[in-house]
Write a new protein. Sequence first.
Length: 149
Amino acid sequence: MLKFARARAGRAPEDNAETEPVAASPSGASAPDADRSAARFQLCVCDGPSCGLSSGPLRERLAARVAADPDLAARVRVYDYGCFGRCGEGPNLFVRALAEGDDPDGEPPVEQLLRQRGFYPGVDAAACDRLLEEHCGRGQPVEDLVDDY
Ligand code: FES
């Protein structure tokens, strides 16, 4: 299910304290440049029983930053994922590169996740911004943050 800037039901406004006004893009660019990737991505944000307790502000931040950047908005979708099975490391998310024909709003096949380098455990606001800028923006996994899945 697509979750652009959705309010978190049952959460107090202060739960979204990490969400702040966003610039046009993480890089400050308002239009695609030569360094930007053309790849499409699905940001699978864990909404499982553990990560879901703390991932709301990150989801909101991701959605706001994607929506504020026309290039990312055209290529990146935010998706609520059930659970990655690494619940003690959350909040977790996976930056999934979409191949031709992949549904950006559908459940990703686990075997596809296992083949890609895109699992980010313990994501905070700074990590969120970096993975948007580097992984989604330039198509390069953030090597000091990404982990095998
Ligand atoms: S709740 Fe996020 S990995 Fe299980």
